[in-house]
Design a binder for this molecule. Sequence first.
Ligand SMILES: Cc1cc2nc3c(=O)[nH]c(=O)nc-3n(C[C@H](O)[C@H](O)[C@H](O)COP(=O)(O)OP(=O)(O)OC[C@H]3O[C@@H](n4cnc5c(N)ncnc54)[C@H](O)[C@@H]3O)c2cc1C
Length: 251
Amino acid sequence: MQAYSLRLYDSLAEEVGQQVDSHVVGGFFLAQSKERLREFSFLAGKFRALGLEYELVTPREILAKHPLINTDGLVGGAWDPEEGYVDPYSVTMGLAAGARQYGARIERGQRVEAIEGVNGEWRLRVGDDVWSCQSLVNCVGFWANDVANMIGTRLPITNMEHHYLVTENIAQIEGLDYELPMIRDTDSGFYLHQEANGLLFGPWEQDCRAPWDFGMELFDHDLDRLEDGITSACRRSPKPASSASSTARSR
Ligand SMILES: Cc1cc2nc3c(=O)[nH]c(=O)nc-3n(C[C@H](O)[C@H](O)[C@H](O)COP(=O)(O)OP(=O)(O)OC[C@H]3O[C@@H](n4cnc5c(N)ncnc54)[C@H](O)[C@@H]3O)c2cc1C
């Protein structure tokens, strides 16, 4: 899917005239143990078989591309040159333009409230209307179980509240003439990537709450739950931590 998405996003400019703002900055996966490095080695073979690049690297090679990282305690890591991020607005608009080009009709602001299977077709109640179709794709994100429940089934997924923190601008990053690669510290459980001229830090938290009734708003933060993650991130990237205050957001 990763390889397919990259090629798809790249092709949207030519195919539907939508330039996607994509930042393929590369990414490091950090290993604090030989076992983790063995896992990366296994993945490298698997990715190569799929035609993707993914190579093992030394702490020194990590430092050469990411000078803000403290490599103490690292056995090595893996480098994925195609890691990165895209601007979600331009991707969504590009995919919508492509769908319309190939015959789709997009109805916005319409909520499916009930689904019924009748004589081999689906009937969807949308406000006062009933829409019929042969095939129905449940792609409503974290509301997917609400829609699955409409036909009496459940999906094996759950929702997790998750924090991320954005630092203020950091002088060392402002001085760089390239964008920093992404970092995933699997053993400590967080990711880190450049956000404007600061860093965005996201911990993979334990003991998450699982809210169901909300939309796109941000929650209040719960900094106590982040203590371990923040401590690990400050150890791994101490320079920005000592020079910037940060803002916590929860989603
Ligand atoms: C703040 C934030 C930052 C994120 N950052 C990253 C990131 O850096 N990298 C990354 O990979 N992912 C990130 N994610 C996750 C990523 O955004 C989601 O995984 C992705 O958007 C899911 O896409 P989707 O199309 O499956 O669902 P969604 O984007 O959630 O779309 C589902 C749609 O279904 C609609 N819907 C719901 N119920 C109904 C109904 N009954 N009838 C009709 N329509 C309905 C909703 O209104 C919504 O428009 C982030 C998410 C958030 C909130």
